[in-house]
Design a protein around this ligand. Structure first.
Ligand code: FES
Length: 230
């Protein structure tokens, strides 16, 4: 026969269990929504990827005629209106992006259809295929990728040395360059691998580029590289 102290211990164990299980269940019920809040519900690598719905759009414009930039290092400034499909009651916000068309002395590869690579490969992110693959024309946004000033196309590199912080380009880059007056970033529009390569200064990347086509005698801008104005 079981003695009374043993029975009492079992009853206590049962009572402890009977109160602990509901308490744990209530705690789990409270904590699980909090844990859920800590788990992202979007793929972190896709948050900022442009989609068909949030890609900036613009209206095609003629930036220059071929005759206006007929010779090596000729250039022409233009302005492109880029529309952002968000943040306004109308659904669109327009931003004016100044650009520059530059005629290079030789062709460079802007897009390789076989590999999908090249300076204009960003076009595929907005569902387009660059029509121009090899060209002696390049088209840049003039908004400096450092802090957004408007930079200049400088036809004579000596003017860059004199007026943009004393940068002296190596012999193979002694040609027209682009220089930002704000913090003196210098870019090479004719770098064959990375047109607009940063040569000097704080800019973190080359200027954004435009997609363009040649229609008859016109250089027509259709899109600008997305990802922020500067
Ligand atoms: S904004 Fe152009 S270098 Fe800073």
């Amino acid at each position: 026969m079981e003695n009374p102290p043993t029975r009492m211990m079992e009853r206590r164990r049962f009572l402890r269990l009977a109160t602990t299980v509901p308490a744990l269940a209530a705690l789990a019920g409270l904590v699980s929504p909090l844990l859920r809040l800590l788990k992202p519900n979007v793929d972190k690598f896709r948050i900022y990827a442009p989609t068909a719905h949030d890609t900036p759009q613009g209206e095609a414009i003629v930036a220059a005629t071929l005759s206006e930039v007929a010779r090596p290092w000729d250039f022409k400034y233009f302005v492109f209106t880029q529309k952002y499909p968000q943040y306004t009651p109308q659904g669109f916000k327009a931003a004016v992006v100044p650009g520059v068309v530059v005629r290079l002395p030789r062709k460079i590869r802007l897009y390789d259809p076989a590999t999908g690579r090249g300076p204009l490969a960003w076009a595929r992110d907005i569902g387009k295929t660059p029509r121009v693959t090899d060209s002696d024309l390049v088209v840049f946004s003039r908004i400096c990728p450092h802090l957004g000033c408007i930079f200049n196309y400088v036809p004579d590199y000596r003017e860059i040395t004199a007026g943009y912080g004393g940068y002296v380009p190596p012999p193979e880059r002694r040609h027209a360059l682009m220089g930002c007056p704000c913090h003196l970033s210098i870019y090479d529009p004719a770098d064959p691998q990375v047109p607009g390569r940063v040569l000097s200064g704080p800019a973190p990347r080359p200027p954004r580029t435009f997609l363009f086509e040649v229609r008859g005698g016109d250089i027509v801008i259709t899109d600008v590289e997305p990802g922020g104005i500067a």
